[in-house]
Every structure is written in C-alpha cells, then in structure tokens.
Write a protein that binds this ligand. Sequence first.
Ligand SMILES: NC(=O)c1ccc[n+]([C@@H]2O[C@H](COP(=O)([O-])OP(=O)(O)OC[C@H]3O[C@@H](n4cnc5c(N)ncnc54)[C@H](OP(=O)(O)O)[C@@H]3O)[C@@H](O)[C@H]2O)c1
Length: 330
Amino acid sequence: MRAVQIVDLTGPDTALRLVELPEPEPSSMLTPGTGVVIDVHAAGVSFPELLQTRGEYQLKPPLPFVPGSEVGGVVRSAPPDAQVKVGDRVAAFCGLGGFAETAVAAEFFTFALPPQLDFAQGAGLILNYHTAYFALVLRGRLKEGETVLVHGAAGGVGTAALQVAKAVGARTIAVVSSDAKQRVAEEAGADEVVRLREGWRDEVKALSDGGVELVIDPVGGDRFTDSLRSLREDGRLVVVGFTGGSIPEVRVNRLLLGNTEVIGAGWGAYVMGKPALNREIGSAVGRMIDEGFVRPIVGERFPLEQAGEALKAIDERRATGKVVLDVRAQ
Ligand SMILES: NC(=O)c1ccc[n+]([C@@H]2O[C@H](COP(=O)([O-])OP(=O)(O)OC[C@H]3O[C@@H](n4cnc5c(N)ncnc54)[C@H](OP(=O)(O)O)[C@@H]3O)[C@@H](O)[C@H]2O)c1
C-alpha cells in the first residue's frame, strides 16, 4: 500500500516520505491482536502530526512511522463484536497509521459515518468533535442558554466547538485573527465574531452583558489573562491546547477574586481506556449530526503525497477547519 512516513524529526518540509509498505495486520495499537481494518478514502491532518515531525508531541513512536490519527473510509474487516461491519462507511480514530491506503482502528474508536457526511468530513469528525463535546459538556459543564467564548474559532477544534455549543443551546462568541477566518467562523455558525486585536476583551464584555460563562481555549499564550477577565462569576475556562506556542500561568488570586475556575480537558488520554464513554460521546455527536448542528468544515485538501504541504498550512497559521489528505477517490 502507499503510505507517508515520518523518517526523521526535521519538521514538515523534510521529515516525510511517500513509501510502499505491506498492508497492516488487523491489530490496532489500542487493542493489540484485534482491530477494524479500513480502506482509507480521506485522512485528517492535525496539530499533533505537525508536532510529531519535530519530535515535540507526547506520543513518540520509533522512526520511521506512519502518522495520521483519524480517517474516513470503508470497513474491510472487523472483529465479530464490532458495531460496524464489512462495507460500512466509517469515521475512525486510529491514533497512528492514518496517512496510508489502509489503516487499523480499535472497535470502540470506529463509528458509522452518517450519509449526510462525506469521507473528508468523516476524517474531521472524531478528534475535533469528540474533543469539543468533552471540553464543553463533560469538563466545562455547558448548559443551554449560556454564552461560550471560543478561541482559534476558525480552526479544527474551534469550528467543532462552535457547532457543538449551538447543539447544546448555547450562544457563541468566536475569536479569530483574519477576514478569511472570520468567514469560516461565521460559516461554522458563530453568533458573534470578535477580531483578535487590542481591546478584544472589551468587545466580548459588551457582547456578553459583562462576561461569558465558558471559555474554550485551544490557543493559550498571552491572551490567557484577558480570557480569565472575560469570565463572569461562576465562569469556567477550559484549557484545550497551546497553538500560540507558550503555556500560560495563572495567578490563582484571580480565580478567588472572580469566583472562576480553570479546567483541563485532555480528551485522548481520558477516553483511551473507556470504550463505554467513547460510545456515549459518539452517540451524542451522532444526534448532533442528525439534528443538523454538526457538519465538519473541511478546509484545504491535498493528495496523500503532499502531506508535508498540508502540515505546513497548519504550521504557518493558514489552516481553516479540517485539513484533509485525499487518499482514494471520494
Ligand atoms: N485537549 C485535547 O484533548 C485536544 C484534542 C485535539 C486537539 N488539541 C489541541 O488543540 C489545539 C488546536 O488544534 P486545531 O486542530 O484546532 O488546530 P488548528 O486548526 O490549526 O487551529 C488552531 C488555531 O490556533 C490559532 N493560533 C494562534 N497562534 C497560532 C500559531 N502560532 N500557529 C498556529 N495557530 C495559531 C489560529 O487561530 P487564529 O489565527 O484565529 O488565532 C488557529 O486557527 C492544538 O494544540 C491541538 O494539539 C487538544
């Protein structure tokens, strides 16, 4: 099969090679000896793969390895107890190995792909939408009628958070850095869009009658203190990632004075060994698809052999929605 490997840790320009590899065994990294084998049509591209080309991600497999955490495709074989069967269209989280014509995922990380979504949208479903649901609902305790501020709102996690929040019945304020990203946040259904510039926090305060109940922050960096100041009493800030490059520090007296909380949301590590929780999140996201709230926004698409270009789009802050590799014809 054709696959793209990371062969060294020199970054997205030079670390990737298109190679021919034997087909993988039906054994997933999470469920050794068993797994769902998938003919990959589209592979999702995300921040972790960019970090992996530099050896900066927490998961550090021995070189060379095939990256790619999630795919949209068709089941070629499945264990007898799986909820999906041969020939089903699926979205699957495989952790590694997605940048290839054939990938293997754990049964509990493989979900039937509803007919409303194409394979590219399937490749953008699990990492972003399960994380968004986990961060907003399970960690952030979002309730109908609350207002959510979403940073990096035109990105993968950001667009997903906007849609999941709307499905819960919340109002959303998106923070973005450019005209193009403003359009994407609007397409994702943001109620309000605030541009990242001096005074953005005052705009948020004005739009939220003094403060928001929840902040979803996949960016971190120097906007963090202003995010805390954007919270109203009982407000929660959910930490999701650090695309801004630096890990912020909290002066905890702010939390005391504001009666606010900072909450961590690390989806992957939390759900990895919890099949029932994965099914619960999958069902909740599935309902949001059926109700028309969840429609993954696919941004730039590249052929498999241009995986490095796809990662550079993320690295250079140009990416919007989900970046996808087309592996087979759609
Ligand atoms: N906690 C979890 O379980 C979990 C799960 C999935 C992903 N994540 C993490 O969440 C973060 C976001 O992932 P994503 O897929 O949404 O990424 P993405 O699509 O690339 O979007 C990230 C956004 O971050 C903003 N940004 C600010 N400074 C940036 C910089 N120097 N370089 C790139 N982007 C920058 C950009 O928005 P503006 O230009 O509008 O500011 C960009 O749209 C990543 O750190 C990822 O590892 C965490």
